[in-house]
Design a protein around this ligand. Structure first.
Ligand code: GBH
Length: 446
Protein backbone atom coordinates (compact mmCIF):
# COMPACT_ATOMS: atom_id res chain seq x y z
CA UNK A 1 0.00 0.00 0.00
CA UNK A 2 1.06 3.63 -0.34
CA UNK A 3 3.11 4.65 2.70
CA UNK A 4 1.53 7.74 4.23
CA UNK A 5 4.59 9.81 4.96
CA UNK A 6 4.71 13.10 6.82
CA UNK A 7 2.83 15.92 5.17
CA UNK A 8 5.11 18.03 3.01
CA UNK A 9 6.30 18.66 -0.47
CA UNK A 10 6.61 15.76 -2.86
CA UNK A 11 9.68 16.21 -5.07
CA UNK A 12 9.97 14.48 -8.42
CA UNK A 13 13.29 13.85 -10.17
CA UNK A 14 14.71 17.00 -11.81
CA UNK A 15 14.54 15.53 -15.29
CA UNK A 16 11.02 14.13 -14.87
CA UNK A 17 9.07 14.33 -18.13
CA UNK A 18 5.97 16.31 -17.24
CA UNK A 19 3.61 16.02 -20.17
CA UNK A 20 0.17 15.86 -21.69
CA UNK A 21 -1.34 13.64 -24.38
CA UNK A 22 -3.75 13.82 -27.32
CA UNK A 23 -4.63 11.74 -30.39
CA UNK A 24 -5.15 12.69 -34.02
CA UNK A 25 -8.80 11.84 -34.62
CA UNK A 26 -9.80 13.31 -31.28
CA UNK A 27 -8.35 16.80 -31.84
CA UNK A 28 -7.34 17.49 -35.44
CA UNK A 29 -10.59 17.90 -37.39
CA UNK A 30 -9.84 18.92 -41.01
CA UNK A 31 -11.15 15.52 -41.98
CA UNK A 32 -11.17 16.22 -45.69
CA UNK A 33 -8.13 18.42 -46.02
CA UNK A 34 -4.78 18.04 -47.73
CA UNK A 35 -5.55 14.65 -49.14
CA UNK A 36 -6.50 12.85 -45.93
CA UNK A 37 -8.29 9.55 -46.55
CA UNK A 38 -11.24 8.13 -44.64
CA UNK A 39 -10.71 6.20 -41.44
CA UNK A 40 -12.92 3.69 -39.66
CA UNK A 41 -13.93 6.44 -37.25
CA UNK A 42 -15.21 8.65 -40.08
CA UNK A 43 -17.42 5.74 -41.07
CA UNK A 44 -18.43 4.60 -37.59
CA UNK A 45 -19.28 8.04 -36.22
CA UNK A 46 -21.72 8.51 -39.13
CA UNK A 47 -23.74 5.41 -38.30
CA UNK A 48 -26.84 6.66 -36.46
CA UNK A 49 -26.75 5.89 -32.74
CA UNK A 50 -23.05 5.04 -32.50
CA UNK A 51 -21.83 8.28 -30.90
CA UNK A 52 -23.53 10.60 -28.46
CA UNK A 53 -25.48 13.34 -30.29
CA UNK A 54 -24.18 11.87 -33.54
CA UNK A 55 -20.88 13.66 -32.90
CA UNK A 56 -17.98 13.10 -35.31
CA UNK A 57 -14.33 14.18 -35.48
CA UNK A 58 -14.89 16.27 -38.61
CA UNK A 59 -13.93 19.48 -36.79
CA UNK A 60 -13.02 18.30 -33.26
CA UNK A 61 -10.74 20.90 -31.61
CA UNK A 62 -9.62 22.13 -35.05
CA UNK A 63 -6.03 21.45 -34.01
CA UNK A 64 -4.98 20.90 -37.63
CA UNK A 65 -5.46 24.64 -38.18
CA UNK A 66 -4.71 25.83 -34.63
CA UNK A 67 -1.63 23.75 -33.88
CA UNK A 68 0.59 26.85 -33.54
CA UNK A 69 -1.69 28.29 -30.87
CA UNK A 70 -1.78 24.89 -29.17
CA UNK A 71 2.02 24.72 -29.21
CA UNK A 72 2.08 28.08 -27.44
CA UNK A 73 -0.34 26.72 -24.84
CA UNK A 74 2.01 23.79 -24.24
CA UNK A 75 4.91 26.17 -23.80
CA UNK A 76 2.88 28.33 -21.41
CA UNK A 77 2.04 25.25 -19.34
CA UNK A 78 5.74 24.41 -19.15
CA UNK A 79 5.29 20.96 -20.69
CA UNK A 80 8.47 19.01 -21.23
CA UNK A 81 6.86 16.21 -23.19
CA UNK A 82 3.97 16.06 -25.64
CA UNK A 83 2.47 12.77 -26.69
CA UNK A 84 0.35 12.89 -29.85
CA UNK A 85 -0.58 10.51 -32.64
CA UNK A 86 -0.04 10.48 -36.38
CA UNK A 87 -3.11 9.93 -38.53
CA UNK A 88 -2.44 6.96 -40.82
CA UNK A 89 -5.04 8.11 -43.40
CA UNK A 90 -3.28 11.48 -43.66
CA UNK A 91 -0.05 9.69 -44.56
CA UNK A 92 -1.52 6.88 -46.68
CA UNK A 93 -5.10 7.80 -47.63
CA UNK A 94 -5.87 4.20 -48.68
CA UNK A 95 -3.57 2.55 -46.16
CA UNK A 96 -0.91 1.54 -48.69
CA UNK A 97 1.49 2.98 -51.20
CA UNK A 98 3.26 6.27 -51.65
CA UNK A 99 3.00 8.87 -48.87
CA UNK A 100 0.80 11.93 -49.07
CA UNK A 101 3.38 14.70 -48.71
CA UNK A 102 0.91 17.26 -47.34
CA UNK A 103 0.04 14.89 -44.49
CA UNK A 104 3.70 14.43 -43.60
CA UNK A 105 4.25 18.19 -43.81
CA UNK A 106 1.69 18.83 -41.08
CA UNK A 107 3.55 16.60 -38.62
CA UNK A 108 6.87 18.10 -39.69
CA UNK A 109 5.53 21.57 -38.84
CA UNK A 110 4.22 20.28 -35.53
CA UNK A 111 7.56 18.62 -34.69
CA UNK A 112 9.48 21.75 -35.64
CA UNK A 113 7.21 23.77 -33.35
CA UNK A 114 7.83 21.40 -30.46
CA UNK A 115 11.56 21.56 -31.06
CA UNK A 116 11.53 25.38 -31.10
CA UNK A 117 9.77 25.35 -27.74
CA UNK A 118 12.01 22.73 -26.14
CA UNK A 119 9.22 20.16 -25.77
CA UNK A 120 10.13 16.50 -26.37
CA UNK A 121 7.79 14.75 -28.80
CA UNK A 122 6.45 11.24 -28.21
CA UNK A 123 4.62 10.08 -31.34
CA UNK A 124 2.07 7.26 -31.48
CA UNK A 125 1.79 5.59 -34.89
CA UNK A 126 -1.73 4.28 -34.47
CA UNK A 127 -4.47 5.61 -32.22
CA UNK A 128 -7.44 3.70 -33.72
CA UNK A 129 -7.93 5.62 -37.00
CA UNK A 130 -7.40 2.70 -39.39
CA UNK A 131 -7.72 3.68 -43.06
CA UNK A 132 -11.20 2.60 -44.15
CA UNK A 133 -9.75 0.94 -47.27
CA UNK A 134 -7.85 -1.46 -45.02
CA UNK A 135 -10.99 -2.16 -42.99
CA UNK A 136 -12.75 -2.99 -46.25
CA UNK A 137 -9.97 -5.51 -46.92
CA UNK A 138 -10.58 -7.23 -43.56
CA UNK A 139 -9.11 -4.77 -41.04
CA UNK A 140 -7.26 -6.23 -38.06
CA UNK A 141 -8.89 -9.61 -38.65
CA UNK A 142 -6.61 -9.84 -41.65
CA UNK A 143 -2.98 -10.72 -40.97
CA UNK A 144 -2.05 -8.57 -43.94
CA UNK A 145 -3.02 -5.43 -41.99
CA UNK A 146 -0.08 -6.06 -39.65
CA UNK A 147 2.25 -5.94 -42.66
CA UNK A 148 0.55 -2.81 -44.01
CA UNK A 149 1.14 -1.22 -40.58
CA UNK A 150 4.84 -2.11 -40.73
CA UNK A 151 5.08 -0.49 -44.18
CA UNK A 152 3.35 2.65 -42.89
CA UNK A 153 5.63 2.71 -39.84
CA UNK A 154 8.70 2.36 -42.04
CA UNK A 155 7.57 5.23 -44.20
CA UNK A 156 6.94 7.48 -41.19
CA UNK A 157 10.28 6.55 -39.60
CA UNK A 158 11.98 7.58 -42.84
CA UNK A 159 10.13 10.88 -43.18
CA UNK A 160 9.94 12.06 -39.55
CA UNK A 161 12.42 9.91 -37.66
CA UNK A 162 15.08 12.60 -37.42
CA UNK A 163 12.70 14.64 -35.23
CA UNK A 164 11.16 11.92 -33.01
CA UNK A 165 13.26 10.49 -30.16
CA UNK A 166 10.48 8.20 -28.88
CA UNK A 167 7.88 6.24 -30.82
CA UNK A 168 4.84 4.39 -29.55
CA UNK A 169 3.44 1.74 -31.86
CA UNK A 170 -0.22 0.99 -31.13
CA UNK A 171 -2.40 2.78 -28.61
CA UNK A 172 -4.30 0.37 -26.37
CA UNK A 173 -4.60 -2.77 -28.49
CA UNK A 174 -6.96 -4.02 -25.77
CA UNK A 175 -9.46 -1.26 -26.48
CA UNK A 176 -9.57 -2.18 -30.16
CA UNK A 177 -10.15 -5.79 -29.11
CA UNK A 178 -12.75 -5.08 -26.45
CA UNK A 179 -14.58 -2.01 -27.72
CA UNK A 180 -14.10 -2.63 -31.43
CA UNK A 181 -14.82 -6.38 -31.47
CA UNK A 182 -16.53 -7.38 -28.17
CA UNK A 183 -18.89 -4.62 -27.05
CA UNK A 184 -18.96 -2.93 -30.46
CA UNK A 185 -18.92 0.52 -28.81
CA UNK A 186 -15.98 1.60 -30.96
CA UNK A 187 -15.17 1.25 -34.67
CA UNK A 188 -15.62 -1.07 -36.43
CA UNK A 189 -18.53 -1.87 -34.11
CA UNK A 190 -18.35 -5.66 -34.16
CA UNK A 191 -19.51 -8.12 -31.49
CA UNK A 192 -17.54 -11.25 -32.28
CA UNK A 193 -15.39 -12.74 -29.49
CA UNK A 194 -13.72 -15.26 -31.78
CA UNK A 195 -12.62 -12.47 -34.12
CA UNK A 196 -11.60 -10.26 -31.19
CA UNK A 197 -8.65 -12.35 -30.03
CA UNK A 198 -7.39 -12.94 -33.54
CA UNK A 199 -7.42 -9.14 -33.80
CA UNK A 200 -5.40 -9.02 -30.56
CA UNK A 201 -2.76 -11.28 -32.10
CA UNK A 202 -2.56 -9.24 -35.30
CA UNK A 203 -2.22 -6.00 -33.32
CA UNK A 204 0.62 -7.53 -31.32
CA UNK A 205 2.23 -8.78 -34.51
CA UNK A 206 1.89 -5.32 -36.08
CA UNK A 207 3.65 -3.83 -33.07
CA UNK A 208 6.53 -6.30 -33.38
CA UNK A 209 6.90 -5.77 -37.12
CA UNK A 210 7.09 -2.00 -36.57
CA UNK A 211 9.78 -2.46 -33.92
CA UNK A 212 11.69 -4.55 -36.47
CA UNK A 213 11.27 -1.85 -39.12
CA UNK A 214 12.71 0.80 -36.79
CA UNK A 215 15.73 -1.36 -35.94
CA UNK A 216 16.29 -2.19 -39.61
CA UNK A 217 16.28 1.53 -40.44
CA UNK A 218 19.33 2.03 -38.22
CA UNK A 219 17.54 4.68 -36.16
CA UNK A 220 18.60 5.21 -32.57
CA UNK A 221 15.18 6.50 -31.51
CA UNK A 222 13.37 4.52 -28.83
CA UNK A 223 10.18 2.54 -29.37
CA UNK A 224 7.56 0.73 -27.31
CA UNK A 225 3.89 -0.18 -27.02
CA UNK A 226 1.18 1.84 -25.22
CA UNK A 227 -0.95 -0.41 -23.04
CA UNK A 228 -3.96 0.43 -20.92
CA UNK A 229 -3.60 -1.86 -17.93
CA UNK A 230 -6.14 -2.58 -15.24
CA UNK A 231 -5.33 -3.97 -11.80
CA UNK A 232 -7.81 -6.83 -11.30
CA UNK A 233 -8.71 -7.41 -7.66
CA UNK A 234 -10.85 -10.26 -6.32
CA UNK A 235 -14.11 -8.78 -5.03
CA UNK A 236 -14.05 -10.98 -1.90
CA UNK A 237 -11.81 -13.41 -0.02
CA UNK A 238 -13.12 -16.61 -1.62
CA UNK A 239 -10.79 -18.85 -3.64
CA UNK A 240 -13.37 -18.62 -6.45
CA UNK A 241 -13.00 -14.84 -6.64
CA UNK A 242 -9.21 -15.17 -6.58
CA UNK A 243 -9.31 -17.63 -9.48
CA UNK A 244 -11.77 -15.47 -11.44
CA UNK A 245 -9.60 -12.37 -10.91
CA UNK A 246 -6.56 -14.27 -12.11
CA UNK A 247 -8.27 -15.32 -15.36
CA UNK A 248 -9.65 -11.80 -15.82
CA UNK A 249 -6.10 -10.48 -15.43
CA UNK A 250 -4.95 -12.72 -18.28
CA UNK A 251 -7.38 -10.96 -20.64
CA UNK A 252 -6.78 -7.44 -19.32
CA UNK A 253 -3.02 -7.47 -18.79
CA UNK A 254 -1.03 -10.64 -19.38
CA UNK A 255 -2.28 -11.19 -22.93
CA UNK A 256 -0.35 -8.07 -23.89
CA UNK A 257 2.48 -8.00 -21.32
CA UNK A 258 3.44 -11.67 -21.57
CA UNK A 259 3.51 -11.74 -25.36
CA UNK A 260 5.64 -8.58 -25.49
CA UNK A 261 7.96 -9.26 -22.59
CA UNK A 262 8.02 -13.05 -22.20
CA UNK A 263 7.42 -14.17 -25.77
CA UNK A 264 4.40 -16.29 -24.90
CA UNK A 265 0.65 -15.93 -24.47
CA UNK A 266 -0.67 -16.85 -21.01
CA UNK A 267 -1.49 -20.57 -20.73
CA UNK A 268 -4.71 -19.93 -18.81
CA UNK A 269 -5.96 -17.58 -21.51
CA UNK A 270 -5.08 -20.00 -24.32
CA UNK A 271 -6.87 -22.81 -22.48
CA UNK A 272 -9.88 -20.55 -21.94
CA UNK A 273 -10.02 -19.63 -25.65
CA UNK A 274 -9.61 -23.25 -26.70
CA UNK A 275 -7.52 -24.87 -29.43
CA UNK A 276 -10.12 -24.24 -32.14
CA UNK A 277 -10.32 -20.48 -31.52
CA UNK A 278 -9.34 -18.29 -34.45
CA UNK A 279 -6.57 -16.75 -32.37
CA UNK A 280 -4.91 -20.02 -31.42
CA UNK A 281 -5.25 -21.17 -35.03
CA UNK A 282 -3.85 -17.86 -36.26
CA UNK A 283 -0.55 -17.85 -34.35
CA UNK A 284 2.27 -18.97 -36.65
CA UNK A 285 5.77 -20.17 -35.86
CA UNK A 286 7.99 -17.18 -35.28
CA UNK A 287 5.19 -14.73 -34.47
CA UNK A 288 5.98 -14.55 -30.78
CA UNK A 289 9.65 -13.90 -31.50
CA UNK A 290 8.57 -10.92 -33.61
CA UNK A 291 6.12 -9.69 -30.95
CA UNK A 292 8.70 -9.96 -28.16
CA UNK A 293 11.47 -8.08 -29.99
CA UNK A 294 13.23 -5.97 -27.33
CA UNK A 295 11.54 -2.64 -26.63
CA UNK A 296 13.11 0.50 -25.19
CA UNK A 297 10.24 1.71 -23.09
CA UNK A 298 6.80 0.57 -22.01
CA UNK A 299 4.00 3.13 -21.99
CA UNK A 300 1.32 2.50 -19.36
CA UNK A 301 -2.12 4.11 -19.24
CA UNK A 302 -4.11 3.84 -16.03
CA UNK A 303 -7.70 4.90 -15.44
CA UNK A 304 -9.55 2.42 -13.25
CA UNK A 305 -9.32 -0.82 -11.26
CA UNK A 306 -11.56 -3.84 -11.87
CA UNK A 307 -13.13 -5.88 -9.04
CA UNK A 308 -13.86 -9.44 -10.13
CA UNK A 309 -16.58 -11.49 -8.44
CA UNK A 310 -16.52 -15.27 -7.87
CA UNK A 311 -18.72 -15.85 -10.94
CA UNK A 312 -16.37 -13.85 -13.16
CA UNK A 313 -18.50 -10.71 -13.21
CA UNK A 314 -17.38 -7.27 -12.05
CA UNK A 315 -18.41 -5.05 -9.20
CA UNK A 316 -18.16 -1.37 -8.49
CA UNK A 317 -16.47 -0.32 -5.27
CA UNK A 318 -15.40 3.32 -5.58
CA UNK A 319 -16.88 6.57 -6.79
CA UNK A 320 -17.12 6.78 -10.54
CA UNK A 321 -16.21 9.78 -12.65
CA UNK A 322 -18.40 11.28 -15.38
CA UNK A 323 -17.33 8.20 -17.37
CA UNK A 324 -19.38 5.41 -15.86
CA UNK A 325 -16.62 2.86 -16.52
CA UNK A 326 -14.07 4.75 -14.41
CA UNK A 327 -13.80 4.19 -10.64
CA UNK A 328 -11.47 6.61 -8.93
CA UNK A 329 -8.78 4.61 -7.12
CA UNK A 330 -5.27 6.16 -6.98
CA UNK A 331 -3.80 3.14 -5.16
CA UNK A 332 -4.40 1.22 -8.41
CA UNK A 333 -1.69 3.34 -10.05
CA UNK A 334 0.85 2.29 -7.42
CA UNK A 335 -0.22 -1.36 -7.56
CA UNK A 336 0.02 -1.42 -11.35
CA UNK A 337 3.43 0.25 -11.67
CA UNK A 338 5.03 -1.86 -8.94
CA UNK A 339 3.49 -5.03 -10.36
CA UNK A 340 4.82 -4.39 -13.88
CA UNK A 341 8.32 -3.76 -12.51
CA UNK A 342 8.18 -6.78 -10.19
CA UNK A 343 6.80 -9.23 -12.76
CA UNK A 344 8.55 -8.04 -15.92
CA UNK A 345 11.78 -6.43 -14.69
CA UNK A 346 13.11 -2.88 -14.59
CA UNK A 347 12.05 -1.80 -18.06
CA UNK A 348 11.85 2.01 -18.47
CA UNK A 349 8.24 3.11 -18.04
CA UNK A 350 6.29 6.17 -19.08
CA UNK A 351 2.72 6.95 -18.14
CA UNK A 352 1.14 8.11 -21.36
CA UNK A 353 -2.40 8.63 -20.06
CA UNK A 354 -4.10 9.35 -16.74
CA UNK A 355 -7.01 11.67 -16.14
CA UNK A 356 -10.77 11.94 -15.86
CA UNK A 357 -13.71 13.82 -17.36
CA UNK A 358 -15.27 16.58 -15.25
CA UNK A 359 -18.48 18.61 -15.72
CA UNK A 360 -16.70 21.78 -16.78
CA UNK A 361 -18.46 24.99 -17.66
CA UNK A 362 -17.09 28.34 -18.71
CA UNK A 363 -17.87 30.92 -15.99
CA UNK A 364 -18.84 34.51 -16.94
CA UNK A 365 -15.40 35.70 -15.81
CA UNK A 366 -13.83 33.32 -18.33
CA UNK A 367 -12.58 30.75 -15.83
CA UNK A 368 -13.18 27.02 -15.56
CA UNK A 369 -13.06 25.53 -12.05
CA UNK A 370 -12.25 21.85 -12.33
CA UNK A 371 -11.36 21.12 -8.70
CA UNK A 372 -12.11 17.43 -9.30
CA UNK A 373 -9.29 17.19 -11.83
CA UNK A 374 -6.79 18.81 -9.46
CA UNK A 375 -7.56 16.39 -6.64
CA UNK A 376 -7.56 13.42 -9.03
CA UNK A 377 -4.15 14.35 -10.44
CA UNK A 378 -2.71 15.18 -7.02
CA UNK A 379 -3.78 11.79 -5.63
CA UNK A 380 -2.57 9.85 -8.67
CA UNK A 381 0.74 11.72 -8.78
CA UNK A 382 1.21 10.93 -5.11
CA UNK A 383 0.84 7.25 -5.99
CA UNK A 384 3.27 7.74 -8.89
CA UNK A 385 5.77 9.35 -6.53
CA UNK A 386 5.50 6.43 -4.13
CA UNK A 387 6.05 4.00 -6.99
CA UNK A 388 9.22 5.84 -8.01
CA UNK A 389 10.36 5.75 -4.37
CA UNK A 390 9.72 1.98 -4.40
CA UNK A 391 12.15 1.64 -7.33
CA UNK A 392 9.89 1.81 -10.40
CA UNK A 393 11.94 3.26 -13.31
CA UNK A 394 9.33 5.78 -14.39
CA UNK A 395 10.50 8.60 -16.67
CA UNK A 396 7.48 10.70 -17.42
CA UNK A 397 3.78 11.32 -16.87
CA UNK A 398 1.25 12.58 -19.42
CA UNK A 399 -2.14 13.92 -18.44
CA UNK A 400 -5.00 12.76 -20.64
CA UNK A 401 -5.67 15.20 -22.13
CA UNK A 402 -4.11 18.50 -23.14
CA UNK A 403 -7.39 19.69 -24.67
CA UNK A 404 -11.06 18.83 -24.42
CA UNK A 405 -11.72 16.63 -27.44
CA UNK A 406 -13.83 14.03 -29.24
CA UNK A 407 -14.22 11.29 -26.64
CA UNK A 408 -15.14 8.53 -29.13
CA UNK A 409 -18.60 7.07 -28.50
CA UNK A 410 -19.15 9.69 -25.73
CA UNK A 411 -18.70 12.49 -28.28
CA UNK A 412 -18.01 15.98 -26.96
CA UNK A 413 -20.07 15.61 -23.78
CA UNK A 414 -17.11 14.40 -21.74
CA UNK A 415 -14.41 17.01 -21.15
CA UNK A 416 -11.02 15.45 -20.37
CA UNK A 417 -8.73 18.43 -21.01
CA UNK A 418 -6.48 20.61 -18.89
CA UNK A 419 -7.56 23.24 -21.39
CA UNK A 420 -11.22 23.99 -22.05
CA UNK A 421 -12.33 24.17 -25.68
CA UNK A 422 -15.31 26.40 -26.40
CA UNK A 423 -16.40 24.47 -29.48
CA UNK A 424 -18.61 27.12 -31.13
CA UNK A 425 -15.66 29.55 -31.23
CA UNK A 426 -12.78 27.06 -30.76
CA UNK A 427 -11.41 29.39 -28.11
CA UNK A 428 -9.03 27.75 -25.59
CA UNK A 429 -9.31 28.62 -21.87
CA UNK A 430 -6.91 27.27 -19.24
CA UNK A 431 -8.84 25.38 -16.55
CA UNK A 432 -7.78 25.68 -12.88
CA UNK A 433 -6.10 22.30 -13.28
CA UNK A 434 -3.87 23.69 -16.05
CA UNK A 435 -2.66 26.49 -13.80
CA UNK A 436 -2.12 23.98 -11.00
CA UNK A 437 -0.22 21.59 -13.30
CA UNK A 438 1.99 24.45 -14.48
CA UNK A 439 3.00 25.15 -10.87
CA UNK A 440 3.66 21.44 -10.27
CA UNK A 441 6.01 21.45 -13.26
CA UNK A 442 7.74 24.65 -12.15
CA UNK A 443 8.15 23.41 -8.57
CA UNK A 444 8.99 19.83 -9.56
CA UNK A 445 6.25 18.56 -7.28
CA UNK A 446 3.60 19.80 -4.89
C1 GBH B 1 -8.08 6.00 -23.55
O1 GBH B 1 -9.03 5.03 -23.63
C2 GBH B 1 -7.79 6.41 -24.95
O2 GBH B 1 -6.46 6.10 -25.33
C3 GBH B 1 -8.11 7.83 -25.26
O3 GBH B 1 -8.20 8.00 -26.62
C4 GBH B 1 -9.39 8.19 -24.53
O4 GBH B 1 -9.84 9.47 -24.91
C5 GBH B 1 -9.09 8.17 -23.07
O5 GBH B 1 -8.52 6.96 -22.67
C6 GBH B 1 -10.30 8.45 -22.18
O6 GBH B 1 -11.28 7.47 -22.31
O7 GBH B 1 -17.31 -0.42 -23.17
O8 GBH B 1 -18.63 1.58 -22.94
O9 GBH B 1 -17.94 0.37 -20.95
C7 GBH B 1 -9.52 4.51 -22.45
C8 GBH B 1 -10.08 3.17 -22.81
C9 GBH B 1 -12.43 3.55 -22.68
C10 GBH B 1 -11.43 1.41 -22.29
C11 GBH B 1 -13.71 3.07 -22.10
C12 GBH B 1 -12.71 0.94 -21.66
C13 GBH B 1 -15.03 1.13 -21.62
C14 GBH B 1 -16.22 1.77 -22.30
N1 GBH B 1 -11.29 2.83 -22.14
N2 GBH B 1 -13.82 1.63 -22.24
S1 GBH B 1 -17.61 0.74 -22.34
Amino acid sequence: SIPTGPAGPLRFPDNFGWGAATSAYQIEGAAKEDGRGESVWDTFSRVPGRTRNGDTGDVAADHYHRYAEDLDLMRDLGLRSYRFSISWPRIQPDGTGAPNQRGLDFYRRLLDGLHERGIAPMATLFHWDLPQALQDAGGWESRDTAHRFADYADLVFGALGDRVPAWLTINEPKTVVQNGYLTGHHAPGRQDPDAAYLVAHHLQLAHGLAVGALRASGSDSRIGPALNLHPCYPADDSPQAAAAARLYDSYENRLYLDSLLRGSYPEDLLADLGPQSRMVQGVRDGDLAIISAPIDLLAVQYYTPIYVTADGGTERRWTTSEAEWQQIYPQGMYDLLTRVTRDYGPIPLTITENGLPTPDTLAPDDTVHDAGRISFLRDHLTAVHQAIAAGVPLESFHVWSLLDNFEWDAGYDQRWGLVYVDYPTQRRVLKSSATWYRSVITDGGF
